[in-house]
Design a protein around this ligand. Structure first.
Ligand SMILES: Cc1cc2nc3c(=O)[nH]c(=O)nc-3n(C[C@H](O)[C@H](O)[C@H](O)COP(=O)(O)OP(=O)(O)OC[C@H]3O[C@@H](n4cnc5c(N)ncnc54)[C@H](O)[C@@H]3O)c2cc1C
Length: 537
């Protein structure tokens, strides 16, 4: 007897989004989550007595406006606010760039009038590709179907539609799109600008969660991936969810529960239950069996197919490919409780000002980022790391006691696995000191203002959030792992190789980030299969 139509492994924001859409379609859904709270990498937690923060993902942009509306997230308590300035990039020579509505060009012109003149054209070019990606994010990519099958015709039509959409781009915009998919962010940005700081500002997005030099081919796509978002209708803006990223997933959980989904926390899945080669539910670590007509996995595909499904159930070629799925961000994450706001040498003052609300990027050139990557490859971390500092309490008084603040340090590059088998637990605090000292170099006194901290190495990100290799995207966003190849050629339509097993997490198109898109698209595939009566009843 099926108790549920669908059981979802993991209550990350994509699992919750999928649950809400399935519930809306009338399906009976159960979500099982290993942690004590829902949200996956999008959660708010008390990391130090009296101080709460978005402890992993910390800033919002990619979350689809359609999903916000469909799930009525605002009615479920979600409020997104914009930063007063988008980014602040101080330079060691005491100058700085402050980017944001109405001021970016003026600041770029302080370094290069020629760059300021090109900025408008650059924006239009990037917008054209970002607009396309925004559209594609909420659709299954054309899937590779072998042989002459009805499904193949549908996929050919989808491919033709995509081709037609590309035809509508001007030649110039098509070239930009091609560059963004194939070149390095460094080469792409060097082709537009001459100033180090403007290129560092824009190039930072290309190495976020991406263990690569900005001069590694393919990194330009990661820059584009961070550009398809919006905040309250403002394209490419980044903002803050009042209450932290957990406010997004709490609202999603309420939406899903409102449509009948049952969500159980502290319920780790041990394996997918298989019957006659098809997914028939899950077995929890405590031995309980939850039967369902279909299973949707919110976890990294490598975790799903190497830990939750026996190898004998999978085609050896598929298993070989999944074992080769590249996961591993060069990301180190620190949450700090602060007694006061930082005062930057480049823009002194501890009273709240626009730049304190921005994403503060401490990496003054693409060359600096390249060196950070090379260091991490040989030493395990960068002697001069890349740090983005975000102080959400400047926009949200629910996170820290009055007068105090919380900040997120999002640091790149560290090696997901340290050289010579060294353990992250032996080096975590030393590397956290290095990151905090890096901020202190730009804002003297920062180190002394740290009341408490939580440091998370790639190993800790895997332990705490189940992120294989600490990969924040559930798999590298490289051309061989994108679109029709995410997570593998032939399985890009959210349907895995086993009947009744679906992919609803960031390991499916369009990949990582708090977008909700994989959960939305997977729900569509599941609902379609149910309507076509492809399931046992
Ligand atoms: C440090 C960090 C910073 C980031 N910063 C940002 C940012 O600022 N903005 C942004 O948009 N994105 C950011 N990201 C990326 C983004 O958070 C992720 O890509 C996204 O949250 C992934 O969502 P998901 O629902 O696909 O998977 P996840 O959030 O990984 O959810 C998967 C869920 O499955 C659960 N699970 C794992 N194993 C089991 C099991 N055996 N049984 C049951 N449940 C299980 C996990 O506990 C988890 O809840 C960041 C990520 C990290 C780690």
């Amino acid at each position: 007897m099926q108790v549920y139509d669908v059981v979802i492994i993991g209550a990350g924001h994509n699992g919750l989004t999928c649950a809400a859409y399935l519930g809306m379609a009338g399906l009976k859904v159960k979500v099982v989550e290993r942690r004590p709270i829902v949200g996956g990498a999008a959660v708010t937690e008390e990391f130090w007595p009296g101080f709460r923060n978005s402890v992993a993902a910390y800033t919002v942009s990619l979350l689809s406006a359609k999903i916000i509306a469909d799930l009525r997230l605002a009615e479920h308590g979600l409020k997104l606010v914009e930063r007063r300035a988008q980014n602040f990039v101080p330079s060691p020579d005491g100058r700085y760039l402050l980017a944001g509505e109405g001021r970016t060009e003026r600041h770029i012109a302080n370094f290069s009038p020629a760059d300021a003149q090109r900025y408008g054209a650059f924006n239009r070019a990037l917008d054209s590709s970002a607009d396309l990606l925004r559209e594609l994010a909420l659709q299954a990519p054309p899937n590779l179907v072998r042989g002459f099958k009805i499904a193949a015709i549908g996929e050919l039509i989808k491919a033709a539609r995509l081709g037609n959409r590309l035809r509508r781009l001007s030649t110039e915009n098509l070239r930009t799109l091609y560059d963004l998919f194939t070149t390095s962010a460094g080469d792409f940005l060097d082709g537009w600008f001459e100033g180090d700081l403007v290129k560092a500002w824009l190039g930072f997005d290309a190495i976020v969660g991406n263990y690569a030099s900005p001069y590694t081919p393919g990194t330009a796509y990661v820059l584009l991936h961070h550009a398809f978002g919006e905040v309250n209708g403002k394209k490419r803006a980044w903002g803050h969810a009042i209450g932290g990223m957990g406010a997004i997933t709490q609202a999603m959980a309420r939406a899903a529960a409102g449509h009948g989904a049952e969500i159980e926390t502290r319920a780790p899945v041990r394996e997918v239950l298989l019957e006659k080669g098809r997914a028939a539910g899950v077995v929890l670590a405590d031995g309980r069996v939850i039967r369902a007509a279909a299973v949707a996995a919110n976890v990294n595909p490598k975790l799903l197919y190497t830990a939750m499904v026996p190898p004998s159930a999978l085609d050896p070629d598929f298993l070989r490919r999944i074992r080769g799925w590249r996961c591993g961000s060069g990301t180190f994450r620190i949450n700090v409780a602060l007694s006061e706001l930082p005062s930057f040498t480049a823009l002194p003052g501890r009273d709240l000002a626009d730049h304190h609300t921005a994403g503060i990027i401490l990496a003054p050139s693409l060359g600096y980022m390249d060196r950070a990557y090379c260091d991490a490859r040989t030493l395990g971390w960068s002697r001069e790391p890349i740090v983005e500092l975000v102080i959400p309490s400047t926009l949200d008084d629910t996170l820290a006691p009055p007068g105090a603040h919380v900040a997120s340090l999002f640091c790149q590059h560290v090696a997901p696995q340290l050289p010579d088998g060294a353990a992250w637990s032996d080096h975590r605090e030393r590397v956290a000191d290095l990151m905090i000292e890096t901020v202190d170099r730009y804002a003297p006194g920062f180190k002394a203002s740290v009341i408490g901290r939580q440091a998370l190495s790639p190993f800790d990100l895997e332990e705490m959030f189940g992120l294989t290799g600490g990969d924040i995207f559930h798999g590298a966003l490289s051309l061989d792992q994108l679109f029709w190849a995410r997570p593998a050629l032939g399985y890009a339509d959210y349907r895995g190789p086993l009947q009744g097993l679906y992919h609803c997490g960031s390991g499916a198109h369009p990949g990582g980030g708090v977008s909700g898109a994989p959960g939305h698209n997977a729900a569509r595939a599941i609902i379609a299969d149910r309507r076509r009566r492809l399931w046992p009843t």
